[in-house]
Design a protein around this ligand. Structure first.
Ligand SMILES: CCCCCCCCCCCCCCCC(=O)SCCNC(=O)CCNC(=O)[C@H](O)C(C)(C)COP(=O)(O)OP(=O)(O)OC[C@H]1O[C@@H](n2cnc3c(N)ncnc32)[C@H](O)[C@@H]1OP(=O)(O)O
Ligand SMILES: O=C(CO)COP(=O)(O)O
Length: 625
């Protein structure tokens, strides 16, 4: 393809899957690597100075015998460790060729990204850092690595996958190592896990893949990063055990996500189906559907060595013997957090959007339905804007715009339908009469499913849209006033959108410059103003944020007056029913000290600072007026 992506399924549709699975596999490994087996890797962890030291500490603290602790550590390692074997990769490779060809029309991969990755793997330990939207992510990535003769990665996997009969073991032998959820203060577990991860990095055992968001994003919007694994993988560099580490952000974009309906239901409180082999077999009907095309973009490797310059004084690590634990300093914590956020931003930048993502933005602003012609017109306008804001967009060539629209509607038949030239959201049908509650639930599920596809594109508009909203609430056009309001919104949405901490000025400048370059706003030394022909875009951008603002308003109202009715305003704000959004509002209120959390008898107790919540609510009301 001319845009640098090529379809890896094309070859698979032409030649034998069996020959693909059993072809010679000859990757070029990291040149500093010492080839070791999985068993030797485990032994290195168990015999490490670090683990001995921690075991000594626990012996003293808990009065437990050394032998028992060592045995416990060995059992944890047995539970955790991967056992990568090429035979299993071949087996899965064969099966996955069949599955991918059946569900995806194409899987596009950027060729230059693979070349850069191949080079990076030979030079330094590589950490693969994909976004996480579907169970397909890790299957596709290992498949690509196998297909292109790149070292197969070992992958940090959540422990529930281990419990799947047969599949858990196949995953382990395909490179998965299993980590427990909510490790809490289990000192021995942290020690085994962190030494295991560091040993993989230090020895260059294999590229290490982990999902920094910690789980599949139910909203399809980036999640704020988890920092535990990030700290572990970086430590060998901080301690000078490796010269550099390459972090490779990977952006996986789906035209249609296999789990779309389940994810929306989970947001409404329906429990996630337990990971079992039986459930997987039952779910195989999803394989009969068409999920359109998928893009995997391997980003530029990020050199930790380059980034750390001037940010961390690595001499502090020379003061403590390498094998001993060392609590990360404040500057290290800030660096790691900033880097983690940056990786997610880099993932977002290389996401490939489809026409459908833009249609979803428009559809959400027209929940009562919209004429297909108008939807087409608005989507094309949005396409121009998205391209100016730097989005990567896949728009089929040699196909008319109306065909692009109608094929998107038909691919997403589970979300929208077109009747007599008008497009509506599809609500789940069910047997018997529908209660009012059920009706709200069904409507909300439809809205959340559509919203998730808007969310795939929302990062493109976030900063200019926040500027557009701030321009409305600021009393005057003065830049410092607008910036003040911009900062308030950044703080409020700090869990909703991934924003690099401490970069408000850069975010503001980015938002303004996109708007300026698009001719929407003008700027003088001290003022920002909307240009005559920019008004429509400003209103449109505000509308993108409106469901979030509305939902934050509803949720903060409920926090300040628990038990009260959510006010008529709540009726259309179905997104406020999303558990993810409610969690984000609570985190924001906590960080803004409008709510405080204290532990009482081992239970979390939430206290609301009513006047602080009211101030936030007033501010949001001003925006909504
Ligand atoms: C050819 C075909 C091939 C096909 C081939 C197929 C391949 C088939 C492979 C399958 C493979 C599946 C792969 C699935 C994909 C997932 O399963 S994604 C889910 C699993 N992965 C992840 O979660 C990775 C990212 N997560 C993290 O980094 C998390 O931090 C961790 C490490 C999991 C820990 O999570 P957590 O317990 O929730 O902890 P977290 O909130 O980070 O921190 C908790 C506390 O511990 C503290 N802490 C952090 N580090 C430490 C430490 N070292 N010591 C003590 N305390 C610490 C923190 O400071 C924090 O304290 P507070 O701030 O709360 O006071
Ligand atoms: O990420 C996981 C496996 O892909 C496990 O977490 P979730 O199932 O909660 O997304």
């Amino acid at each position: 393809m001319s845009d640098g992506f090529f379809d890896i399924l094309e070859e698979r549709r032409r030649s034998s899957d069996l020959s693909h699975a059993f072809r010679t596999f000859n990757p070029q490994p990291y040149r500093g690597a010492t080839p070791i087996s999985a068993a030797v890797l485990n032994r290195m962890v168990l015999e490490s100075q670090y683990l001995s030291y921690i075991i000594q500490e626990i012996m003293v603290e808990c009065d437990e015998p050394h032998e028992a602790l060592l045995e416990e550590a060995s059992a944890l390692l047995d539970e955790m460790s991967q056992n990568l074997q090429l035979g299993f990769i071949r087996l899965l490779g064969f099966a996955l060729s069949k599955v991918f060809k059946s569900v995806f029309s194409s899987i596009h991969v950027n060729e230059d990204g693979l070349t850069r990755l191949q080079q990076a793997i030979q030079e330094y330990p590589v950490i693969l850092m994909p976004n996480h939207r579907s169970y397909m992510d890790f299957l596709v990535l290992s498949y690509i690595m196998f297909t292109y003769d790149l070292s197969i990665p070992v992958i940090a996997a959540g422990i529930p996958l281990m419990g799947m009969k047969l599949i858990g073991e196949i995953f382990r032998r395909s490179g998965a190592f299993f980590i427990r959820r909510a490790i809490g203060s289990d000192k021995l577990y942290w020690a085994v896990l962190s030494e295991y991860v560091r040993t993989i990095v230090r020895t260059g055992y294999a590229p290490l893949e982990f999902y920094i968001e910690g789980l599949r994003s139910r909203t399809l919007k980036s999640l704020t990063p988890k920092l535990g694994m990030m700290h572990m993988v970086l430590e060998p560099f901080f301690k000078g055990e490796v010269f550099d580490i390459s972090l490779v952000p990977i952006s996986i974009s789906y035209e249609r996500v296999l789990e779309e309906s389940l994810l929306a239901h989970e947001l409404l409180g329906v429990p996630k189906p337990k990971e079992t082999t039986e459930a997987l077999l039952k779910a195989r009907t999803v394989l009969k559907e068409d999920y359109g095309c998928m893009h995997v973009c391997f980003g530029n490797p990020v050199s930790v060595r380059d980034l750390v310059k001037g940010k961390i004084n690595r001499r502090q690590y020379n003061l403590v013997p390498r094998d001993l634990p060392m609590k990360p300093s404040k500057e290290t914590q800030e660096f790691v957090s900033g880097l983690a956020h940056m990786i997610i931003r880099l993932q977002e930048r290389n996401v490939v959007l489809s026409a459908w993502n833009l249609m979803a933005v428009v559809l959400l602003q027209n929940l009562q339905g919209i004429d297909l012609d108008l939807l087409t017109h608005k989507t094309l306008g949005l396409r121009r804007l998205a391209l100016r804001f730097g989005a990567h967009l896949r728009w089929p060539k040699n196909v008319s715009d109306s065909e692009v629209m109608s094929s998107s509607v038909s691919l997403h038949h589970s979300v929208v339908r077109c009747e007599r030239g008008r497009v509506y959201l599809v609500e789940e049908a069910g047997p018997g009469p529908v209660t009012q509650e059920e009706a709200v639930f069904r409507r909300a599920a439809a809205v959340l499913m559509c919203a998730s596809y808007r969310n795939q594109a929302v990062h493109v508009f976030t900063r200019p849209a926040i500027v557009a909203v701030a321009m409305r609430t600021a009393a005057r056009n003065r830049t410092d006033d607008v910036f003040h309001h911009f900062k308030f919104l950044l703080e409020l949405f700090s869990n909703e959108f991934v924003l690099i901490p401490g970069q408000a000025v850069q975010d503001f400048e980015e938002g303004c410059s996109f708007l300026q370059q698009s001719g929407v706003i003008g700027r003088s030394d001290e003022e920002i103003y909307v240009r005559d022909n920019g008004q429509e875009t400003i209103i449109f951008l505000r509308e993108i944020l409106q469901p979030f603002i509305e939902s934050y308003q509803v949720t903060s109202h409920l926090h300040s007056c628990p038990g009260s009715s959510p006010s008529p305003l709540a009726i259309e704000s179905y997104e406020s029913l999303s558990s993810d959004l409610q969690k984000n509002v609570l985190s924001a209120l906590l960080s803004m000290a409008a709510v405080t959390k204290t532990k009482v008898d081992d239970q979390n107790e939430i206290r609301v600072n009513k006047s602080a919540v009211k101030r936030i609510w007033d501010m949001l009301s001003k925006i909504m007026d």
